[in-house]
Design a protein around this ligand. Sequence first.
Ligand code: IVH
Length: 753
Amino acid sequence: MAKETPIAELTEAAAAQELAALADALKRANRAYHTEDAPEISDAEYDALKRRNAEIEAAFPHLKREDSPTEQVGAPVSETFAKVTHAVRMMSLANAFEAGDIADFNETVRRYLGLRDSDGPIAYTAEPKIDGLSLSLRYEGGRLVQAATRGDGETGENVTANARTIGDIPDRLDGAPDVLEVRGEVYMSHADFAALNKRQEEAGGKTFANPRNAAAGSLRQLDAKITAARPLKFFAYAWGDLSEPLAETQLGAIERLRSLEFQTNPLTQLCNGMDEMLEHYSEIEAQRATLGYDIDGVVYKVNDLDLQRRLGFRSTTPRWAIAHKFPAELAWTRLEKIEIQVGRTGALSPVARLTPVTVGGVVVSNATLHNEDYIAGRDAKGEPIREGKDIREGDWVQVYRAGDVIPKVADVDLSQRPDDAVPYEFPTVCPECGSEAVREEGDAVRRCTGGLICPAQAVEKLKHFVSRAAFDIEGLGARQIEMFYRDGTLPIREPADIFTLEKRDADTVSKLKNRDGYGEKSARNLFQAIDEKRKIELNRVIFALGIRHVGEVAAADLARHFGSWAAFTSAVDAAVPAAQRFLKAEEAVTKERQTAAEQGRRAEITATRNAVWADNPAVPAEAKAAWDDLVGIDGIGATVAVSLVTTFHQEAERASIDRLAAELDIQDVAAPTASDSPVAGKTVVFTGTLEKMTRAEAKARAEALGAKVSGSVSAKTDLVVAGPGAGSKAKKAAELGVETIDEDSWLSLIGGS
Ligand code: IVH
């Protein structure tokens, strides 16, 4: 971006000209973001444009344009498609970048299934990963009844009329299951992309940065006639809802889809084990440049559909598939400036502002620099990276993109370093609030200690709070949060403020209307959207709080375990004295650990830890029990537990959480409805060696049947499943009189084999 003229130096003519350019740029960014599914600039860049616009308007109020972007804030996007809830969630894929990652994937699959070397290699399909956008096509009675984009995986957009215009998508199927959801990728070939851009240019229309953006922009047209005029193609590679199985194997299913006249990728091949997978990867990579369409890797899928079923899914990705991405694309450019962003948990993240450069078809102007060690040229262990070369403002740097991840700086060309470049000094105070920024032992990241007083942390926390997996309030996204946070009359400074917005002031609507470009209707819509989220699931609330280490999965584990907000908060409160003692013991242990480990004195570490736990005054028994219960939840370790307890114990944080809870109607976690399951609602502990299935599989199946799986035995345990070699847990179960059964009895109990 060109250097900004300081506001005080702007002439009236220059200001008017810049306002016009900003209005244009923001309109374009809005359209790219909301209607074309192809954001052209980052949120930070968008915010910077908005800020600049507001500053100029404040200095030259009479120049404010009729179509001023400040008037557009909060305006609902009218150009939308109807929403579609997917009958079967649309998943994404875990990524791998190296052969070692594929070996790990294969190992994890084998371990999960409990396979031994003597069982031989697993068969996988390997096929190109198409760089387009995924689409789900629903056929009923052989007729296409609905086409939906992926959206967030649960809910997508209804683009049926547009999908019908795509030649590769049949309208009718002969001999298909009664219900069949075919999933695949919509894409545009290189030749069609070039021709489309040429036509667009000649007609003075918008041109697209790459074929994927062109495909997305073309599919998401409100007028299907426009889609019809765009040369889109479709490869089928997966399925969703089905009234009967397609085949017994992945390859069989793909062949069946082909026989139903879908296009399937001709490079799909069966591979027996690792070596063949990597060989096929190289073959596909060698053909990449001549395929005529963009691919960005190879997808491997376990071929046997019965094994796929056993492996199942993590929260958003299948355990039975992985995307092996091609190496990142690279480019050299100038690093103009290093800036520090402060995140939700106070982390100071350095960002490189770059002279814009095209990397693999996308213009990049920012890259992450990770942390201060990375800038200084060393890794977390103090070992040199980039041969120890540090990164300075003014440096000539190599930037790379791998998939959709944020661009990174890989290398520095020292021969191009300006003479006056100086080593970068990482700030030790927060640039946003001036609080001290500290780096704890073992943490690569320096963090602002300002907590709630730090505006950057507060804003990021609020953005997280309204994000999709948290409160997901329609019309209240990151941009609106920025605006409300800075608003003098109707500020939102903490989550509870969202829910008091309407009632805070008798005149809220007109205030909103006057100040922020809301109309009567859009203001009412916002309040309604907020009200709709007062009744909310427990796991969403826990996740929304934005507590460090408590992600979506941990929040769901906690919600399932405690069942209600009251039970959750009182358990966390009860654990406080034990958590404090835990921290004290770990501190003592850290001091001793290094030398002790070197000398093999593990026993002394345990003794030190035990001694601190035994200190007077004793940790009350209820606190110890609450702590043991918390860290015993499968998936919740001491790190999560400490972070939770510490947050809830901080007075200001706690008051803010309580203010929020008072505004909400937090739903108890419904007792599992799998009422025909004999283990629904029971707390189960697996211990010892399981022989018919692995621990992970046992856990996933138990949870699917509504059981809670815990890592430790307590009075709350209903059932212990003990395999050979079960030790202290089985003993404890016997002491507590908890029912204990073996693996076979477990399998017959849950009706599996
Ligand atoms: S399988 C449950 N196969 O990649 C697994 N996905 O990064 C569903 N994609 O959302 C996906 N080519 O849009 C699969 N041959 C292929 C693919 C493919 C492209 C896309 C798909 C998915 C994304 C995940």
